[in-house]
Ligand binder design. Structure first.
Ligand code: SF4
Length: 274
């Protein structure tokens, strides 16, 4: 992993994500190296030649860039993070996210913080002090052997579930982001069953295999799960009804189980691949 310490010019940016006003990314790049990472497009803006997932720029001055005493962010939704994970293993040493959180508390934003690492538990003392905070774990599969294939440097699934439980027990509002749902490999019903007691809400997203992501997914399925290759090609090369059917299934299940959930599927993008 190539690690650079950099001085960022700004740290709170306006968001174009639906329902999110502002975003903070404590790092540029991401050492979790998820196979399906959508954030790989960021390489274009970071002047890096290296492969996405092989470098991290640590924004060492990040917390200094958060102003004190302003009302700009009061009750505005602020998401950490959109194109990295706030709890990379580097965070143990640098504590960039921790310093950011400390500076954010008095600004009173509606904080939403999401990770694949149980290192978030280190910062529970600060998270508890936000008047409005939701902490979420991404869980893509309950099968830890699949997790190792697609998210090699993240916390094991069971550790994430235990951490979710601890957050909930400490009075922090929690959610689970189930995504991207990988056809036939993301057992979303099992994820919900395993986390139902600890999650206030769920967000579900399908695999959006555009551009180079499709190449990586196709190669991985071909070598590790060849029996699923026909299914993936049918979904991503044709006008499949797979995601419409999955969405209907989730709605039925979610309503029957009386869970809070939001589906953020991308139907149109899956049909653009050829
Ligand atoms: S944690 Fe998020 S940003 Fe990091 S590699 Fe995985 S998908 Fe990409």
């Amino acid at each position: 992993m190539i690690v650079n310490e950099i001085k960022a010019k700004n740290i709170i940016t306006k968001s174009n994500l639906p329902g999110i006003d502002y975003v903070i990314n404590p790092y540029t790049g991401c050492s979790h190296s998820c196979l399906y990472c959508y954030a790989r497009f960021m390489k274009r803006f970071s002047r890096h030649e290296e492969k996405w997932g092989s470098f991290v720029d640590v924004k060492v001055n990040a917390s200094d860039l958060i102003p004190a005493g302003v009302t700009t962010y009061r009750q505005k939704s602020l998401f950490i993070s959109s194109v990295t994970d706030p709890y990379l293993s580097l965070e143990k040493k640098y504590q960039i996210t921790r310093a950011i959180l400390k500076k954010l508390v008095p600004l009173n934003p509606k904080l939403m913080i999401q990770t694949k690492s149980d290192l978030i538990l280190r910062d529970m003392d600060i998270l508890k002090t936000f008047p409005n905070c939701a902490a979420g774990f991404t869980i893509t599969t309950m099968d830890d052997s699949v997790r190792k294939e697609i998210e090699p440097y993240t916390s094991p699934v069971e550790q994430r579930i235990q951490a979710l439980k601890t957050l909930k027990q400490n009075g922090i509002k929690t959610y689970v982001f189930i995504g991207p749902i990988l056809p036939s490999l993301s057992d979303w019903q099992e994820i919900i069953a395993a986390t139902k007691e600890y999650a206030h809400t769920y967000i579900l997203e399908n695999l959006n295999a555009f551009g180079s992501i499709w190449g990586d997914i196709h190669a991985w399925i071909g070598s590790n799960h060849p029996g699923l290759l026909n299914l993936y090609e049918a979904i991503y090369k044709g006008k499949s009804e797979y995601w419409n059917a999955t969405e209907a299934e989730i709605r039925k299940f979610g309503d029957e189980e009386k869970i809070n959930y939001k589906i953020v599927f991308h139907h149109w993008k899956t049909q653009k691949i050829n």
